[in-house]
Design a protein around this ligand. Structure first.
Ligand SMILES: NC(=O)c1ccc[n+]([C@@H]2O[C@H](COP(=O)([O-])OP(=O)(O)OC[C@H]3O[C@@H](n4cnc5c(N)ncnc54)[C@H](O)[C@@H]3O)[C@@H](O)[C@H]2O)c1
Length: 436
């Protein structure tokens, strides 16, 4: 099938590469010329395991190409995927300007009947908006169907998620339109749910908001554990054995960041309010999450009432492991607060340092975790990269000025760290020290 993918960000590029890998002819379009230039040189604008190889292979086999010319992509394709960004406006609403602009450009380029598939995460009713925008700008005589096919891939495992999704959601006005898209997914072994457009749009938000709720829930339990001396890790384990609950997303720590959860929870809150419904649970989910970095800093300040001039190792900068995405990363809030206290920061992240430099040009970036910890008064574990679980802690301890760990993701075993001679702090594993 001939496919056009509009937007070559995390979702669009992975979608384009995977559909090409499945044997389709794919044209990926982006309005950002610098991204297209990079892609045409076989360079990927962001870090995603396995993506570069897949892009290069499919470009070489001429199933995948990149352009800024949306009209070319639209004219050559039967199915057009919209994968543009949908950021949050200051008032919490979703900014649909990129969606509208893509819809208008599609309409102006139409040369036949097309199926327009929205993969971007958009508030309920956006499918109608896309169709209205296209109808407003298109020439008479061409028929357009709009389908919602929300994307659930996770950065860091995007290729695997796209090739083996837990489910495929197709929201369409008729079964006939839905079946057209189903054909494209026929080779993937995944349950397919066909529903209407509004339902498909809500499924995406409901899923992300529910996962975010799990995270804020366990973080609230961690707060209680800190008051009582209980251990949140055992609580999560004890809860997780219950199949109705499951262990995933019950990890106490600094909370969620990234380009999806905060944005999607805010958007669902705002959409609900627009329909006159107060989605109060989600307000608390956001409040709890927004308080996590401050809670971590409070712990650090209990141990170091005067941080001025202290040297701190910050391990992990991206919003989660296996990505260089820094959007709404917890490291940003933490580094900003530490800089205000005149802390000297020695940071290390396996892939996100280039992006971090754009935000914090003046902190010291290190070649590895050992260099970051060298001479430090404390180590702050901010992103749970696998390599941080495997560090030679004896070496770290000997190089630090004070062997103190603040574990923002609860990845270490407190008893082992204490046996090794570290002062160790984390979330919800026993009572917190009282400030002096
Ligand atoms: N990143 C994720 O993990 C993820 C997962 C599932 C769903 N989503 C959703 O998918 C959508 C895209 O997310 P992303 O992370 O890939 O965004 P992104 O910001 O990485 O990429 C979006 C791309 O679209 C391009 N673009 C914007 N308007 C355009 C237009 N009119 N014509 C051509 N190109 C245009 C931008 O230049 C950019 O390269 C969002 O709605 C997001 O919520 C993201």
């Amino acid at each position: 099938m001939n496919i056009c993918v509009i937007g070559t960000g995390y979702v669009g590029l992975v979608t384009g590469a995977v559909f090409a890998e499945l044997g389709n002819d794919v044209i990926c379009v982006d309005s950002a010329a610098e991204k297209i230039d990079l892609l045409n040189k076989n360079k990927i604008p962001f870090f995603e395991p396995g993506l570069e190889e897949m892009v290069v292979r499919n470009r070489n086999e001429e199933r995948l190409s990149f352009t800024t010319d949306i009209a070319r992509g639209v004219r050559a394709s039967e199915i057009i995927f919209i994968c543009v960004n949908t950021p949050t406006l200051d008032n919490g609403e979703t900014d649909l300007a990129y969606i509208k602009s893509a819809a208008r450009d599609i309409a102006l380029a139409l040369n036949g009947d097309k199926t327009i598939v929205n993969k971007s995460t958009v508030p309920v009713g956006t499918g109608d908006l896309v169709l209205e925008t296209i109808n407003e700008h298109k020439n008479e005589g061409f028929n357009v169907d709009v389908v919602s096919n929300p994307e659930f891939l996770r950065e860091g495992s995007a290729i695997r998620d796209a090739l083996s999704p837990d489910r495929i959601i197709i929201g369409a006005s008729t079964k006939k339109v839905a079946f057209r898209l189903m054909e494209l997914y026929a080779t993937l072994e995944a349950p397919i749910l066909i529903t209407n457009l509004y339902t498909a749009e809500i499924i995406k938000y409901a899923s992300n908001a529910f996962l975010a709720t799990k995270i804020s829930f366990i973080n609230s339990i961690a707060n209680l554990c800190e008051q009582t001396g209980a251990d949140v890790e055992d609580v999560a384990r004890g809860m997780g054995y219950d199949k109705r609950i499951g262990r995933d997303f019950l990890n106490a720590g600094l909370g969620f960041g990234g380009s999806c959860f905060p944005k999607d929870v805010k958007s669902l809150l705002s959409t609900s309010a627009g329909f006159g419904y107060r989605f109060d649970i989600l307000k608390h989910v956001m409040e709890t999450n927004n308080g996590r970095a401050a809670h971590f800093l409070e712990l650090i300040k209990t141990r170091f009432p005067d941080l001025n001039g202290k040297t701190v190792a910050v391990l992990g900068l991206s919003f989660k492991p296996d990505t260089d995405d820094m959007r709404e990363a917890k490291s940003i809030e933490i580094i900003k607060a530490l800089l205000e206290e005149s802390v000297i920061i020695q940071a290390y992240d396996p892939v996100a340092m280039q992006r971090a430099r754009e935000m914090f040009p003046d902190i010291r970036y290190c070649r590895n975790a050992y260099e970051a910890c060298d001479g430090a008064d404390a180590m702050l574990l901010v992103t749970e990269w696998r390599e941080f679980r495997l560090l030679n802690m004896e070496k770290i301890k000997n190089s630090m000025k004070h062997p103190i760990i603040f574990d923002g993701r609860n990845i270490y075993d407190p008893e082992r760290k204490k046996r090794l001679g570290f002062e160790y702090y984390c979330f919800g594993r026993g009572k917190w020290p009282k400030s002096s």
